[in-house]
Design a protein around this ligand. Structure first.
Ligand code: CP
Length: 310
């Protein structure tokens, strides 16, 4: 039994993809694929209330969770930190406990602090489920799942002969950490990680990866390019000399993408800094799966909510 799973190994909360067993991860992806294919579950969570509890901004994650919950028949409450009593000093814990007292059973939580969602899960009543919708730099498990679903659709189930490049601001990226856990669990053949030295973590996150500061080398022959957002809001001064320099050295352009395998696909979790880490031509081009990722986000979040709350 862990905070995330009960004594029978069933998911109680979804906090991280780290050490999530392969069977559990694949089951979520299979169910998400069924939802993507149009399986109807409109009554699955009828009578169940869920709340999107976001202490940080979001477009894709919050709205796709709301869409997913609606498609499962749940009642959906949306908490907006800016207009909430947190502005009067109420804590995240008290906020959770008060909304829980209203009969809400599912919380989709985003917070700027590493570990904040797990800390709230410790406080939740039995029968209340939390989903980590992104905490600090630590984890964004449903983004990792939707990225894997998108890659399975593009490449098939067997990742063992595939080469993956994760490029950009890895240091500040919870998406990169969740993708790395999932890619390892699914047996990715080769994982390359590339970014400026100042934006590469040195905390063991990149164990087993081929790490380089040379983008051209990182792209050579890869099947998948996973671009990351430059997270200026989390960045200390001076980690990047200028956006122009960053684009020159780490921006994905059509010319650079030609170094990858001919049918290579490009992912980006959004929001994109167009013209910084990725050009319009690549983001909107034929190899981009970026809007496919967004569509898959609804299906993945349906699978997660169903697994936790049904
Ligand atoms: N990918 C992602 O988490 O986007 P949002 O911040 O818009 O939710």
């Amino acid at each position: 039994m862990t905070l995330q799973t009960d004594a029978d190994g069933r998911l109680r909360h979804l906090l991280t993809l780290e050490r999530l067993p392969r069977d559990a991860l694949v089951a979520l992806l299979d169910r998400a694929q069924a939802f993507a294919d149009g399986v109807d579950a409109r009554d699955a969570l009828a009578g169940t209330a869920v709340c999107t509890l976001f202490f940080e901004p979001s477009t894709r994650t919050r709205l796709s969770f709301q869409r997913a919950a609606q498609r499962l028949g749940a009642d959906v409450l949306s908490f907006d930190a800016a207009t909430s009593s947190t502005t009067k000093g109420e804590t995240a814990r008290d906020t959770l406990k008060n909304i829980e007292a209203m009969g809400v059973r599912g919380f989709i939580v985003r917070h700027s602090a590493d570990g904040a969602v797990a800390a709230l899960a410790e406080e939740a009543a039995a029968g209340t489920a939390l989903v980590n919708a992104g905490d600090g730099r630590s984890a964004h498990p449903t983004q990792g799942l939707l990225d894997m679903l998108t890659l399975r659709q593009a490449l098939g189930d067997d990742f063992s002969r595939r080469r993956f490049a994760i490029v950009g601001d890895v240091k500040h990226s919870r998406v990169a950490r969740s993708d790395l856990h999932a890619l390892r669990t699914l047996g990715a053949g080769e994982i390359r990680v590339c970014g400026p030295a100042s934006l590469l973590p040195d905390d063991g996150t990149l164990a087993g990866c081929h790490v380089t500061v040379d983008l051209d080398a990182a792209l050579d022959g890869v099947d998948v390019v996973m671009m990351l957002r430059l997270q200026r809001e989390r960045m200390e001064e001076g980690l990047v000399s200028s956006l122009e320099d960053y684009h020159r050295d780490y921006g994905l352009t059509e010319a650079r993408l030609r170094r990858a395998a001919k049918r290579a696909v490009v992912l980006h979790p959004g929001p994109m800094n167009r013209g910084v880490e990725i050009t319009d031509a690549v983001a909107d081009g034929p190899q981009s799966l970026i809007l496919r990722q967004v569509a898959n986000g609804v299906a993945v979040r349906m699978a997660v909510l169903e697994a936790l709350l049904r």
